[in-house]
Write a protein that binds this ligand. Structure first.
Ligand code: ZN
Length: 104
């Protein structure tokens, strides 16, 4: 490989790294990123499909459920899913709060 091609590749990798870091920061602000900022759902059954639509900050939509836990936070049931990218192994933790619809 020529020196020029190596330089170009390093440049592309640097840009990708920056993009990945920016996406991580963005995802950290989205609902679901923390216990105090959960995604609210009315039924636990929608959690898995929602979680599977999440994107890896590096590779895009290639995340699978790696682990899950349930916890009671402020008297609401939270489901905490660890999503792992099938491509690069990047992990994202997402918090869901199950909020049943109000009784009529
Ligand atoms: Zn990835």
């Amino acid at each position: 490989m020529s020196k020029r091609a190596r330089t170009d590749r390093r440049e592309v990798e640097r840009k990708l790294d920056k993009l990945t870091r920016d996406r991580r920061k963005l995802f950290a602000l989205e609902p679901g990123s923390s216990e105090t900022n959960p995604v609210e759902v009315t039924s636990a059954s929608v959690i898995d499909p929602k979680a599977r639509s999440l994107e890896c900050p590096r590779c895009g939509p290639r995340m699978r459920v790696a682990d899950q836990a349930a916890r009671v936070v402020a008297s609401r049931v939270h489901r905490i899913l660890t999503m792992r990218c099938v491509q690069c192994g990047e992990e994202r933790t997402v918090h869901y709060a199950v909020v049943p619809p109000l009784m009529q």
